[in-house]
Design a protein around this ligand. Sequence first.
Ligand SMILES: *Cc1c(COP(=O)(O)O)cnc(C)c1O
Length: 366
Amino acid sequence: MSTSVRPEPKPGVMDIAAYVPGRESAPCATKVWKLSSNESPLGPSPAAVEAISKAMGHLELYPDGSATKLRNAIAETHGLNPANILCSNGSDELLGLLAQTYIKPGDEAIFTEHGFLVYRIQTLAAGGTPVVVKEDKERADVDAILAAVTEKTRIVFLANPNNPTGTYIPVDEVRRLQAGLPKTALLVLDAAYAEYVRRNDYESGIELVSSSENVVMTRTFSKIHGMAALRIGWMYAPAHVVDAVNRVRGPFNVNALAIEAGAAAIRDKAHVERAVAYNETWSAWLVEELGKLGLRVTPSVGNFLLIHFPENGGKSAADADAFLGTRGYVLRRVVPYGFPNALRLTVGPEEANRGVVAALKEFMES
Ligand SMILES: *Cc1c(COP(=O)(O)O)cnc(C)c1O
């Protein structure tokens, strides 16, 4: 059928390598621990679950198209103006909306070599050209980003902290980046893991959004709030960006159950604190135990660790992945992120953390 005339996708679309989510299953194991998607071992706030059961009585009604209840709850919790908040069906949707709103064919978007894969996908889907810049020791390099700016640059995507490295850049570096960008380029600070970071020199981006016209911060309920299934994201942005994206988004992009559950979840500060404390304890434990096995781990401020494996001796990341699979531990391979010989491990339930370390010990000693 090679001669047939048929609808063809626009330029860029067939260059996209479709996003592959973390695997859910392992081949031979009976009990499977999914540690591949940075999901919260604590699950959602009980208040969120209760809010959903109340909302289930009215599935025939369209949701509030501007998600007012959710925006107000977010605004109250973070001390923001609700008019500067826009909610979405997961923050992935927002990344796409921003690309659709600001990138036209021929325009460029910059991100770093180990940056989140969705930036490339959404740039190509908008017809734009991805511009990939080198990192410095697995960390975003502000000078390299600024050196890549041209008059075609429309967006700079920066995950801070980044996935899959878990590294971050301090607030003065983010400020230096913003100050060096042309006023016509939008700086998108993807702060999906902001709540986990306990460093004095870190800021999620709220200050910078408030004090400039070309910065937006995106956030998610999928990680610390343990609600990935519901798909809730939001951005804090200057009024002109909110206005533009509101014209492009679907009119009911956030569903009614998500609005109710999200509003309840963000008010449950105790649950968030529990998740942060749990992560601190177990990520420190995992770093120490993995170090004892002689494995290099990139210093992470998120709820996941990037583990590097020896190049040879049958101890590669692919070998480890296969071995762990037989024991029921599913980690994330990160080849498309430029790490052919590393695996990303999500901090999981206690039993899984202990078990995956024991399995890795067995693997390294085998
Ligand atoms: C998980 C993640 C997201 C959020 O995804 P959702 O669509 O909100 O579930 C965004 N950015 C990064 C870097 C992530 O790791």
